[in-house]
Design a protein around this ligand. Sequence first.
Ligand SMILES: Cc1cc2nc3c(=O)[nH]c(=O)nc-3n(C[C@H](O)[C@H](O)[C@H](O)COP(=O)(O)OP(=O)(O)OC[C@H]3O[C@@H](n4cnc5c(N)ncnc54)[C@H](O)[C@@H]3O)c2cc1C
Length: 413
Amino acid sequence: MHSNYVDCQNFVKDCENKSFLVELGASLFAEKNYNLVNISRDLNISYSNEKEINSEKNGGLGVWDGAEWKIRFVDGSSSSWYDGILGKAKMIWRYKMGLFSGKTLAFDLAEKFFHIYDYLNNDNHYLFVEDILSNLNLTWTVESTAKDFFLKKGVNENFVDEIIGGLVRNTYGQYVDKITAFGGLISLYSAVGEVYSSKNGNMNIFKEMLEVSKNVNLKLNSKVITVEKKTESGEFIVTTADNKTTVFDIVVVATPLNKVKFDNIALPIQQVEYVTVHTTIVIGKLNLNYFKLKDYKELPESILIPSSADCPFNSFSIKTWINGTDAAIVKFFSPKKLEKSLLEQIFVGTQQVYRRSIEAYPKLELKNLNKWKTPFQLTEGLFYVNGMEEWISTMETESLSGLNIVNYLKNKY
Ligand SMILES: Cc1cc2nc3c(=O)[nH]c(=O)nc-3n(C[C@H](O)[C@H](O)[C@H](O)COP(=O)(O)OP(=O)(O)OC[C@H]3O[C@@H](n4cnc5c(N)ncnc54)[C@H](O)[C@@H]3O)c2cc1C
């Protein structure tokens, strides 16, 4: 592993003598993400569908186009904004039946997708990522954009731009008219489905898994520089940044391909383009004028940005109000660094600002399956987990990709 810690993209900070946990990313998993749910249960890691931090909440949702509110409600609830009664009334008025048809389509997709467990849990394996799509009858999900798909299904256009588009910007930093139908449906599922977070951060799931795993030799601070294949023996020589080399019969690559140099290996695929996401966490007092509001109680806890809107950030969420003050902990995702001058407009005063940028996920764009397939085995003995990310990027799907490779190895050797 590259870093000196198990890298799970989250962040803990003491503030006002309290400890707050704000995950930088990968904060949610779904009820039927059986690998994550089962392992959490087996390892006694508690998870819940409450929001990341318990605190006084305004709840609710706003759709903000950078200048005006398209819809806004606060309901004081800590449950999902999708299901609150007040919100529902307002959303039906603006989005008509899109509210229900969108949800049905997201649940239909999830039902089809969850059949993957039947296949993999019976020790089967797929050769190509695209074989999963055809096996589950989901090829259509990468052959049409989310926008075309939802509009063809008769979903209200404002709903597609503002709610699905806003969720796509939040979840994948991408746009509803470019992302695949699958990317759009999964983004919507994060709002309509039951989703969980581990109480003390999802990183604990992976830390605990390492704790209980026997015969695992985890090498921290070991950045892999090259993987070279020896022509005669077929073995792999792995060289790390400290110039140490180790010989392996089988190598499983679990990073994007461009993180490692391959020698004497003709890769059958190219690295796909990744989206860079800037996460900014600010502790500060929000400037109500920026949001054209008069009272903090009017500000929704989650703000989505329509796909068509010109706004410097892709999402805004209040993680908690700091008790007894007007200050809040706010998390933004944005395509570029949020400059100090912008933060000075959004906040009256900032106490602390944390930033992290990450090559987050591949661009989930349309695929011509006749032209390009992504194999789980790149060459004899060299396996690739992250090919799955080109189709959909989540912790659970990465774990399924890992399971597929384990089955592949069991069946082959
Ligand atoms: C901002 C953000 C929000 C997200 N939200 C969610 C969410 O709510 N729910 C969800 O399920 N998913 C979410 N995801 C997606 C999820 O994080 C990824 O799908 C998942 O982390 C992919 O797992 P991975 O192990 O393939 O890659 P990573 O988690 O990226 O791990 C790759 C590891 O390889 C190491 N590495 C890289 N190069 C080298 C090298 N040369 N040598 C050695 N080690 C190396 C890295 O340090 C890292 O530890 C989010 C992602 C981001 C960025």
